[in-house]
Design a protein around this ligand. Structure first.
Ligand code: UDP
Ligand code: MG
Length: 162
């Protein structure tokens, strides 16, 4: 029992997930949140904000040399974004699976982008692509005190630690 709990704690990770302005405007917040929630991941931070353009540029700094960078940053700062931090075993990698490939035309059916979006420039959701990015993005979007540590009642049933 203790070993299971320790193994579980060691594999716990956090990722940054954001519903972009198109997803918010299209009324897809509850649909998207429920996919992460029903899977068994735990919501530890959430807020709705309109990110200023320079903030969007910071968030997407890796893409600054790409031709779509300016349009992408304008778009991200064009309206409310739902910023979230989700916690769970493997949540960084599996979160990307739930989201699907960048271009919805190539996303696997069943994934969020495949089911709910059509073009790459309006693919409704962002998710960190690895542990380092997750750490950086969580730090950029959230203050430490905006993230909540708690044990959910369901956790022992999700992870078999009961
Ligand atoms: N994007 C775009 N055109 C492209 C590639 C990407 O408009 O040809 C946008 C798209 O909204 C994507 C975002 O830029 O989600 C960030 O690109 P990235 O390659 O990091 O994809 P993601 O990590 O979001 O799947
Ligand atoms: Mg990316």
């Amino acid at each position: 029992m203790l070993q299971e709990q320790e193994a579980h704690a060691a594999q716990m990770e956090r990722t940054f997930i954001a519903i972009k302005p198109d997803g918010v405007q299209r009324g897809l917040i509850s649909e998207i949140v429920s996919r992460f929630e029903r899977k068994g991941f735990k919501l530890v931070g959430i807020k709705i904000i309109v990110p200023p353009k320079d903030f969007a540029q910071k968030h997407y700094h890796d893409l600054k040399d790409r031709p779509f960078f300016n349009g992408l940053c304008n778009f991200l700062s064009s309206g409310p974004v739902l910023a979230m931090v989700w916690e769970g075993e493997g949540v960084i990698r599996y979160g990307r699976k739930l989201i699907g490939a960048t271009d919805p035309q190539n996303s696997e059916p069943g994934s969020i982008r495949a089911d709910l979006a059509v073009v790459v420039g309006r693919n409704i959701i962002h998710g960190s692509d690895g542990p380092e990015t997750a750490k950086d993005e969580i730090k950029l979007w959230f203050k430490a005190e905006e993230l909540v540590n708690y044990t959910s009642n369901a956790e022992k049933w999700i992870y078999g630690t009961n």
